[in-house]
Write a protein that binds this ligand. Structure first.
Ligand code: F6R
Length: 614
């Protein structure tokens, strides 16, 4: 959601900005722009559409200059169009600003500025902010750095900003609150600024993650200086970036989503490697070891997350209840934060987030923290805001997920939560050691089983071709497979725009069964295990109404194969691990249907990878 790139250095800014914006495309956006400064001339180009559209409007003369800012916008205030695109200029045309986030009190600031003669051209809160900084600077006669700090101390909301001053080619000023911003410190005091490390990685490994309410000055002479909004000086903490360039490139696949689906054997293995000892059945997670008493005495776990991460949370609910016998509530972070939830000091809140930047999840964490709960984060992006706001946590090690539709992050989240539930069960003495050893051996086999499930690709593609023009689809599952039904439906709707719903299979007869006719594909997880016979009965109910059944079954299954229109086999595993494997055919199916319908699978319409607004 909105991408920010800035550069101040000895090279030309333009190619760095464009390449960086392309690296951030995965976040989702609807317009793009750049501002470049050379010899006192500020060139501004911005348009609705993609970064390639922007490239087409930038003239050759404006492609040089060692200082610039670039932006991809995901519309919040005002429709996507050329005028609302960033950068925005101050009234005197001296300042150019890019912004990710929402300025909540922009309307009152705008009214005040208008009354003093400011004229606005766009509908955005961002234009108000740059006028406000201009106003503070001229009224108080302070430096840009100081004006940004003072203006932001009056602002409510979320922001990551970079500001450039036409009259000062030696400086950029950046600041952040609740939206991510990272500064790369390159050779010869070159500075790179971006929403995440992907635009920076090929230039430098030395990065500084700005904390909330920090303002940074990058100056060719003075170097990097950071102060808080309250004007306290901070020493920049430079850390080494571990990200590798290959991890953010497509590696021969047609799309990031397909690459990421196929990476899952590796990403699942990476998510448990070094954390479990299969021979003696021990879980080694510092988030458990360092907080044994918390886990031992917890009366309840509350899981907060959004979207796919919420689905991983639902799987975790079953795992914690089965293994550790702790009551669990799984909450949409967006609902939780606006209720008045009852939270006790002996509650543990687990926040799950791939990006580690989701605004609703972050707000839910803050609320639970205020009420005294212990917060455990399960994040994929190292150094992300959520990973830094929790008391403890475990990274998922899925590697960068660029495709907007989450795939490998889901299986990595479930893998980490699986180990967490096993480890906590050991601490609480609710599981027998022989069962832990058996389940760990099963978990260890999952990456190879996912590899086998991926071999169904061609068969799934044939099924996709049959149902690609459907208008609706139902996904059904019971027990551990219910969250997978939800996840399968979400994958299909978000990238192919076919309406799809996930239901617990038994719930079908309470309403959705009315939808079933010969046009309706019904995707069912019917693997052998606890609810197998019950699911077979649900399949019969669908067939009796002429619905089409596409069933994910255990390899060798005969019963369902005789009933279903199509079956997709997956290897046999323990019930508790089925979600990690059964989701694979649904990811592939959504992918193929979307490609066949001509949709952009990596950047589906209206969606953003990192949802940093509420
Ligand atoms: C679906 C998807 C979204 C995210 C949701 C939460 O494919 O990607 O539903 O799961 O926006 O994002 P994170 O996990 O980054 O907090």
């Amino acid at each position: 959601m909105c991408g920010i790139v800035g550069y101040l250095g000895n090279g030309d800014a333009y190619p760095i900005l464009i390449k960086g914006l392309k690296r951030l495309e995965y976040r989702g956006y609807d317009s793009a722009g750049v501002a470049i400064l050379e010899n006192g001339d500020l060139s501004l180009f911005k348009c609705k559409g993609k970064v390639v559209d922007l490239e087409n409007i930038v003239d050759e003369d404006s492609k040089t200059g060692g200082i610039g800012i670039g932006h991809t916008r995901w519309a919040t205030h005002g429709v996507p169009n050329d005028v609302n695109a960033h950068p925005h200029l101050s009234g005197d045309g001296k300042l150019a600003l890019i912004h990710n986030g929402i300025i909540e009190n922009y309307a009152s600031i705008k009214e005040e500025l208008k009354s003093r003669g400011h004229i606005f051209h766009s509908e955005t809160d961002t234009e108000v902010l740059v006028h406000f900084i201009e106003d503070v600077r001229s009224k108080l006669n302070v430096s840009l750095f100081e004006a940004v700090r003072i203006a932001l101390s009056e602002v409510h909301g979320a922001y990551a900003i970079v500001v450039l001053d036409r009259e000062n080619p030696n400086q950029l000023v950046a600041a952040k609150k609740s939206s991510p911003l990272v500064i790369g410190v390159g050779k010869n005091d070159d500075y790179y600024i971006a929403s995440d490390a992907s635009p920076i990685i090929e230039y430098t490994k030395n990065v500084v993650y700005l904390d909330d309410e920090e303002v940074a000055l990058m100056d060719r002479k003075e170097g990097l200086k950071i102060v808080t909004i309250q004007n306290q000086a901070k020493t920049p903490y430079i850390q080494a970036l571990e990200l590798k360039l290959e991890a953010i490139e497509k590696g021969g696949y047609d799309s990031f989503m397909l690459k990421e689906i196929h990476e899952q054997p590796r990403s699942i293995r990476d998510s448990f490697r070094g954390r479990i000892n299969i021979q003696n059945g021990f879980v080694k997670m510092s988030g458990i070891d360092d907080y044994r008493d918390k886990w031992l005495n917890a009366k309840r776990i509350i899981i907060v997350a959004c979207g796919t991460s919420w689905h991983a949370g639902l799987v975790a609910e079953y795992l914690f209840e089965d293994f550790a016998r702790i009551p669990v509530e799984v909450e949409y972070a967006s609902e939780f934060r606006y209720r008045n939830p009852v939270i006790f000091p002996d509650d543990i809140v687990i926040a799950i987030s791939q990006s580690g930047e989701t605004a609703d999840t972050l707000a839910a964490i803050e609320l639970a923290k205020q009420k005294g709960a212990f917060i455990f984060g399960v994040c994929n992006v190292v150094g992300s805001t959520i990973s830094r706001s929790t008391h403890s946590g475990a990274y998922t090690h899925a590697g960068p997920e660029i495709g907007v539709a989450s795939t490998k992050a889901f299986t990595a989240q479930v893998t980490v939560l699986y180990q967490l539930a096993l480890g906590v069960a050991q601490v609480r003495g609710t599981i027998e050691q022989k069962d832990v050893i058996k389940l760990m051996a099963e978990l260890n086999a999952v990456p190879d089983q996912v590899e086998v499930a991926l071999k169904s690709n061609d068969h799934v593609k044939e099924i996709a071709a049959i149902y690609k023009d459907s208008r609706n689809a139902l996904y059904l599952g019971r027990g551990y497979s219910f969250p997978v039904a939800l996840e399968g439906a979400l994958k299909l709707k978000e990238i192919s725009y076919i309406h799809a719903e996930g239901y617990p299979a038994a719930e079908m007869k309470h309403g959705p069964i009315a939808l079933i006719d010969e046009e309706m594909p019904v995707f069912v997880i019917a693997t052998q295990g606890q609810s197998y016979e019950k699911v077979v009965s649900n399949i019969q109910e669908v067939k009796a109404r002429k619905g089409k059944i596409i069933a994910v079954v255990t390899a060798g299954d005969k019963t369902v194969s005789e009933l279903a229109d199509h079956t997709i086999e997956i290897p046999k595993t323990d019930d508790t691990l089925v979600p990690i494997i059964s989701v694979i055919p649904f990811q592939l199916l959504a992918y193929h249907v979307a490609v066949m319908r001509g949709c952009n699978v990596d950047q589906p319409r209206n969606l953003a990878k990192s949802v940093t607004v509420e």
